[in-house]
Design a protein around this ligand. Structure first.
Ligand code: NAP
Length: 297
């Protein structure tokens, strides 16, 4: 069988693309190696999606999953290993080889690490990139959050309701997060802001994090360090195609199509200025609509 389109990655961008493709009557397949919703599953609160006043990330993911089911959108839990261009394109997964006319890459990004000694071995043992998943393990304890963007501040707020004390450590003297979040955090008694400071080293003890030392000489005894220092493109399967910039982001035109006809990219994997759920869903709709137009021509 040759699918009209295959969507790879089922975060908000891929889900949106699949809804538009399916409702247009195309023969599609959706693939993801993990859960529908992508990084949404690791976010505490979404407060800026029009029409939804406030919802937590996993709840919004669950609604997306329900929508996929209601629309009978074919979805396979498979990891994509490679894509091959041609008049008929191929998507190779760990289990199958699929043929299609169009591909939408919506594989998102992964959390950036600080690149410190012991960081990878302590992941899951006192280092985390998901307050929502791991915060409860540190109830009543002291923790650190690293970063100055929307993720760091909103997750620091979330942790402040569970943990005893939250050190928010940022390398500059101004935050890049939204002012509303900064105001909320300034009113949170148990969040201590440490500005113009970076983590210099991690001290493990018995396989767990015991303390972190900052470049200002201060050592903090913390049970967990949550890093929110941005994201990097995570997928590698499309690296053989000439569609990425030097940082691994995919470059697309206004239709979200890459230089290769029939290969589209949407959401956090593309090079752009604004990484938001609302932009991701919009790009999914744009790519899907362009495919539908081309097929119906
Ligand atoms: P981000 O906006 O890229 O912020 C990353 C933060 O980490 C920055 O403060 C940066 O410092 C710091 N950082 C980067 N590398 C570092 C290093 N090696 N050492 C120490 N600090 C480092 O990432 P994000 O907060 O995860 O947000 C990603 C995107 O999602 C953004 O577009 C954001 O607006 C969006 N988002 C939105 C919401 C919301 O609207 N509610 C919530 C979460 C995320 P500098 O500031 O000095 O560069």
């Amino acid at each position: 069988m040759i699918y009209d389109a295959i969507v790879i990655g089922m975060g908000p961008a891929g889900v949106s693309a699949s809804i538009y493709l399916k409702r247009a009557g195309l023969n599609i397949l959706c693939l993801d190696k993990a859960m529908i919703g992508g990084t949404l599953n690791y976010i505490d609160k979404v407060d800026n999606y029009p029409g939804i006043i406030s919802i937590n990330g996993p709840e919004l993911s669950a609604l997306m999953y329900q929508q996929i089911q209601n629309l009978d959108i074919p979805y396979q839990n498979q990891s994509v290993l490679d894509i091959l261009d041609g008049e008929v394109k191929k998507v190779l997964t760990s289990k199958e080889e699929y043929s299609c006319r169009n591909i939408i890459i919506a594989t998102g990004r992964i959390a950036r690490s600080l690149g410190l000694e012991h960081e990878s071995e302590l992941m899951g043992h006192g280092i985390s990139t998901c307050a929502l998943c791991d915060g409860a393990l540190y109830k009543g304890k002291d923790v650190a959050v690293i970063g100055g963007g929307n993720s760091a501040l909103s997750e620091a707020m979330y942790l402040s309701k569970i943990c005893r004390h939250v050190y928010l450590i940022h390398r500059r003297d101004v935050f890049r997060a939204d002012q509303q979040l900064i105001d909320q955090m300034n009113n949170q008694q148990n969040v201590e802001q440490i500005l113009q400071a970076k983590v210099d080293s991690l001290l493990p003890k018995d396989g767990k994090l015991e303390s972190i030392t900052l470049d200002n000489g201060r050592t903090l005894q913390v049970s967990c360090m949550f890093t929110y220092v941005g994201y990097v493109p995570g997928t590698k399967f499309h690296t053989s195609l000439p569609i990425m910039d030097e940082q691994g982001y995919i470059e697309v035109n206004q239709n979200c199509e890459t230089e290769i006809k029939g290969i589209y990219a949407v959401g956090d994997i593309i090079k752009k200025d604004l990484y938001q759920i609302v932009t991701a869903t919009s790009e999914g709709a744009i790519a899907a609509t362009h495919i539908v137009k081309n097929i119906k021509k």
